[in-house]
Design a protein around this ligand. Structure first.
Ligand code: ATP
Length: 330
């Protein structure tokens, strides 16, 4: 039986984790869960929001399913999400965005995959207070990280029958840093003549995405633009409640929803577990439990088609009733 780490997180994390565990159990997938807690609550008892035992568990098992962990604004500790990605060298953040059945949105047939560099850029966390009234953040872009994420994007495009990779930067302003990222993408593009290569500036990309998202296929972005543009893409398909994600490195993979811990609805049985469930389906595919993944996807889609939805999608089902509706269709 495959051992998988489950990081329960906080906010809506525990509720959506419970929902997903129940659905996976009902699907018949053979998983031995190694359940780990993380989050700000642990600072007092374990001295860190991301104790070493969590990292050890992912290193031992190689794969994790993670629910959101709150990143407090303006506090001393580094974001658990950023630290996990860095410590495990999960350099590629993969966020597929496509329309789900019966989830009405402005556009149909959106099918975009966001590939976001996950280890550097402004997320390197190098900031300093210059004086009381000024501060600076340093944006790090390296050739090594830019080449490997570009390679990941093109390799993904080939393996998944995609036609185009668009690299998204602000290289006209950040000439050296984004310029390097762009040049690395150009270099890798040469190795993949079968994939169309396109260069887009991030501001134009945002406008094009809200006006005509169907023109895009795979988007390749540095860390910060990737964070922002993938939320925009989540909005195109119905919001954060359904946007899935994965963080992939050479040795480990951590699957997690795009959304955060949504403290405004935590503990109210209102959260939509779909984003976490879709991330879990990708995790099941990754570990070879494809049959269970397909079964769950079918049950999820049939549930949505029957008009059973949580409040974020305009429905009136609670998280637990939505979960039970999926289980009854498995
Ligand atoms: P972070 O910075 O950690 O990514 P965030 O500030 O972007 O977090 P989220 O926690 O992702 O914020 O939530 C943004 C909004 O989306 C909230 O109002 C929340 O209620 C809603 N939301 C997020 N996830 C879900 C979900 N699974 N189901 C329903 N609503 C959600």
């Amino acid at each position: 039986m495959k051992k998988v780490t489950l990081i329960k997180g906080d906010g809506i994390g525990p509720e959506i984790s419970e929902a997903v565990l129940k659905i996976i159990e009902a699907s018949g997938a053979q998983i031995d869960w190694d359940i780990q807690t993380a989050g700000a609550d642990l600072i007092e008892t374990e001295g860190s929001p991301l104790p070493q035992r969590v990292l050890d568990s992912v290193k031992k098992n190689g794969v994790a399913l993670k629910s959101p962990v709150t990143t407090p604004i303006g506090k001393g500790f580094r974001s658990v999400n950023v630290q996990l990605r860095k410590d495990l060298d999960l350099y590629a953040n993969l966020r597929p965005c496509y329309n789900l059945p019966n989830v009405k949105t402005r556009y149909e047939n959106v099918d975009i995959v966001v590939v976001r560099e996950n280890t550097e850029d402004l997320y390197a966390g190098i900031e300093r207070q210059i004086d009381e009234d000024s501060a600076e953040s340093i944006k790090i872009i390296t050739r090594k990280a830019s080449l490997r994420i570009a390679e990941f994007a093109f390799d993904y495009a080939v393996k998944n029958n995609r036609k185009e990779v668009a690299v998204v930067t602000k290289a006209n302003i950040c000439k050296l840093s984004d310029g390097l990222f762009l040049n690395c993408a150009r270099e890798i593009a040469q190795k993949y003549p079968q994939i169309n290569f396109r260069e887009v500036l991030v501001d134009n990309c945002c406008m094009q995405l809200v006006q005509n998202p169907n023109q895009f296929d795979v988007l390749l972005l540095p860390n910060l633009y990737g964070d922002i543009v993938s939320d925009l893409c989540a909005g195109l398909i119905g919001g954060l409640g359904i946007a899935q994600g994965a963080n992939i490195g050479l040795d480990y993979a951590v699957f997690e929803p795009v959304h955060g811990s949504a403290p405004d609805i935590a503990g109210q049985d209102k959260a939509n577990p779909t984003a976490m469930l879709m991330s879990a389906i990708e995790m099941l595919n990754y570990i070879g439990e494809r049959e269970a993944g397909t079964k769950i996807r079918k049950a999820l889609f049939a549930t949505l088609e029957a008009g059973i939805k949580t409040a974020d999608l305009g429905g009136d089902y609670s998280c637990s009733d939505f979960t039970n509706a999926i289980i009854s269709r498995l």
